[in-house]
Every structure is written in structure tokens, then in C-alpha cells.
Design a protein around this ligand. Structure first.
Ligand code: SF4
Length: 189
């Protein structure tokens, strides 16, 4: 079996072959905060480069412990970034573990200067209602030359960069069925 690049680096075979004594490094590694973490592979959510990342979570397998992300690093086995991350990607842990991170839907009502929390059910109902009304108001069945076009120019869709191909397949099917033609995503997962 061919070892992964990450496994190869961990084993330190190359370093050992050069005569380095890795024992002190391994001893110190045991004390590192990531030494007892669970590794989860994912993709940086920021730009369309699509760098592979490894998320280290502490407490995943312990009882009565809330899992906590303690470190995020580039994935050495990922063909795009080979373990490197730009400054934005390097700050991902601060994005995940952040008091200001939004964990529920919010809405700012017409005329209001405040955002208010709403439930997911309410958010879905309101989005559906707005989509229906906007489509009804802006749907165009024939263009200026009388040709049938059946398009909705009042709605646009912009997909996130961690959306999977399967998710984007459903997005395209759904949006096209509504007649939406302004459609964009960063499909790359
Ligand atoms: S680490 Fe930087 S370059 Fe890579 S996907 Fe994230 S933002 Fe883009």
C-alpha cells in the first residue's frame, strides 16, 4: 500500500533516513494541543481556490464533553494546496469558534434598523413567500419580439463555495424550473 503524503510525513521516514533523531520532536508532539484530536477533512469556505483543510476537534469521542475545534491546518495530501493556506484560510479556527458567528437565521424588517432572530421554519416560510411573490411579479413569458422565453429576471442565485456537485445539481434544477436565469456558484467540491 502506498502511504499518503501526510502519513509519510508523520512517520518521519525521510527525516530518519537523513540521520535526524526524531525522538525529542515526537515527545513534544504528544504535548501539543492537537495530539488527542479527531481530524476531519474539509474545504476552505472562502475563495474559489478550494484549498483542502484538516479540522482538529477535541472531545468528539468523550462522554459529557462538548466537541471543540482547537486547530485548523492545510491538508498536506490535498492536490490543490499541498498543506499550505493563505492568511485568510489560516484564520479559519477564529471563524469557527467565534462569539459573533451567526448560528440562526435573522431578518431585518422593512423600515427597521435592527436584525431579529427567527426560527428556521419561519425563515423557510418567509423565503418561500418572497420567492413566490417575486416570481409572480417579474415572470416574463414572451420577449419584445413575441418569442416565448418563460424566464424570471427578478430572482438571482449565488451559491456558496463549499456546495457539493449534488447540491448544485438540485439548485440548477430548482432555479431553472422557476425560470431563474441569473445563476452562479463556485461548484468545486
Ligand atoms: S486558504 Fe486562501 S486561497 Fe485557499 S481557498 Fe481559502 S481563501 Fe482561498
Amino acid at each position: 500500500m502506498i502511504p499518503t503524503r501526510r502519513a509519510f510525513l508523520r512517520a518521519g521516514a525521510f527525516a530518519s533516513a537523513l540521520g535526524f533523531d526524531l525522538a525529542p520532536a515526537y515527545a513534544q508532539a504528544r504535548e501539543l494541543k492537537i495530539s488527542r484530536t479527531t481530524e476531519t477533512r474539509s474545504t476552505c469556505p472562502y475563495c474559489s481556490v478550494s484549498c483542502g483543510i484538516i479540522i482538529h476537534t477535541l472531545g468528539d469521542n468523550a462522554k459529557n464533553v462538548t466537541p471543540q475545534v482547537v486547530h485548523v491546518e492545510g491538508d498536506p495530501d490535498h492536490p490543490i494546496n499541498r498543506g499550505t493556506l493563505c492568511p485568510k484560510g489560516s484564520s479559519l479556527q477564529q471563524d469557527i469558534v467565534n462569539d459573533r458567528r451567526l448560528m440562526k437565521p435573522q431578518v431585518r424588517r422593512p423600515g427597521s434598523d435592527k436584525w431579529e432572530d427567527i426560527s428556521w421554519d419561519t425563515a423557510i416560510d418567509e423565503i418561500a413567500r418572497h420567492v413566490k411573490k417575486t416570481r409572480d411579479d417579474t415572470f416574463i413569458d414572451k420577449d419584445a419580439q413575441g418569442r416565448t422565453v418563460n424566464r424570471c429576471e427578478g430572482i438571482a442565485w449565488n451559491g456558496g463555495c463549499t456546495d457539493t456537485n449534488e447540491f448544485n445539481y438540485l439548485v440548477v434544477k430548482t432555479m431553472r424550473s422557476l425560470g431563474v436565469c441569473y445563476l452562479e456558484n463556485q461548484a468545486r467540491v
